[in-house]
Design a protein around this ligand. Structure first.
Ligand code: 13P
Ligand code: SF4
Length: 344
């Protein structure tokens, strides 16, 4: 759409050329995503940053943990800018760094080797804590490979903060339910009973995504009843009862491919953030019918608007870049590198 903001953005992009790269997560709205040079799921975006050596400015449209990851992977002299620095992630906030550290210390006080595996939806402090405890990070696209990586390295794994992704990934690996436990992290870990958890291989942080919690097993059942031929694809942040009833589950890029590869004429119900579902519905209109399992919006992703993006670009030379304290970044990058190395 050729709005005044779109014209501003286009003019600045022309003027700055290859020195400006705009990246965007698939959950960004259409008015923002149309201006991106690169879009992707969390793993693809993280991987692409290292290839952007000509860029002086990387403008990251997404939420703060993604922009932070990009800032830590950027080359010296490159400036990563977030149009909406206040856009956090409700799930990432459920696992603050000092709490993650306290819980890990308590779980390992008796010498048990617990390898932490943090979903990339965590802040840099958590990634640094995880690195210091010998762990790594994962995204929804590589969680099974990374959980296997972590299981091979210790007596147990602490998966944080998304218990749903943890359960869904354990189901893929065939890790029995009685070998898993959702842990109580209250009182800075004081409520934990490490001896009682010794028989558990997978310890799950009690976090979740509020956007994906809105999808329910009853909604999938209703689709099956209404339209038995319809396909259902969901993000693995949904509860296991939802994932177990769906035809497929995977990262945002997986969902995009799944819809594109579905037979012509198919009806596909999608359990993920609404901006992506609406874009898929538009792109496949007349060929496939794409509907949300239920409309569910991430209010943090929505904080980057076309107007905010235009204002950011106008102010690019003066705007504060995304920064992570050096000691935190140094360790957090180790955790990210372990993932990139394990999943080339
Ligand atoms: P993806 O890595 O699948 O893009 O997911 C990121 C996210 O925040 C999902 O809620
Ligand atoms: Fe975080 Fe959920 Fe929004 Fe993804 S959809 S950014 S996990 S709150």
């Amino acid at each position: 759409m050729n709005t005044p903001h779109a014209q501003t953005i286009a003019a600045i992009r022309r003027q700055r050329g290859a020195s400006l790269v705009i990246m965007g997560h698939h959950y960004q709205g259409g008015l923002v995503i149309q201006h991106t040079d690169l879009r992707g799921d969390s793993l693809e975006l993280a991987r692409q940053v290292r290839g952007l050596r000509a860029a002086r400015h990387i403008v990251f449209c997404g939420v703060s943990f993604m922009a932070e990851t990009a800032a830590m992977l950027a080359a010296p002299g490159q400036k990563v800018v977030s149009p909406a620095p206040e856009a956090g992630c409700v799930m990432a906030d459920m696992a603050p760094g000092p709490l993650a550290d306290a819980v890990l210390r308590r779980l390992t006080a008796d010498g048990r080797r617990i390898i932490p595996l943090a979903y990339v939806n965590t802040d840099a402090h958590v990634k640094a804590v995880v690195a210091r405890h010998g762990g790594s990070v994962c995204t929804s696209a590589n969680a099974p490979a990374m959980l296997r990586w972590a299981l091979e390295r210790g007596d147990g794994v602490l998966f944080l903060p998304d218990k749903n992704l943890g359960h869904n990934t354990a189901n893929i690996l065939g890790l029995r339910e009685d070998r898993r436990a959702v842990i109580d992290v209250s009182g800075m870990g004081a409520a934990l009973d490490p001896a009682a958890l010794r028989s558990k291989t997978l310890l799950l942080w009690p976090g979740m995504c509020v956007v994906h919690k809105r999808f329910t097993a009853a909604q999938v059942e209703a689709v099956r009843h209404r339209d038995p031929d319809a396909l259902v694809v969901v993000h693995p942040e949904c509860e296991p009862e939802v994932v177990g009833r769906a035809d497929a589950a995977g990262s945002t890029s997986f969902i995009i491919r799944y819809v594109a590869e579905a037979p012509r004429g198919a009806a596909i119900y999608v359990g993920t953030e609404l901006n992506l579902v609406e874009r898929l519905a538009r792109e496949h209109e007349g060929v496939r019918t794409v509907r949300p399992l239920t409309p569910s919006h991430c209010r943090n992703m929505a904080k980057t608007t076309e107007e905010v993006l235009a204002a950011t670009l106008e102010d690019l030379d003066d705007i504060e870049p995304v920064t992570v304290p050096c000691d935190v970044a140094r360790d957090a990058v180790v955790a990210i590198e372990r993932m990139l190395e394990a999943c080339r």
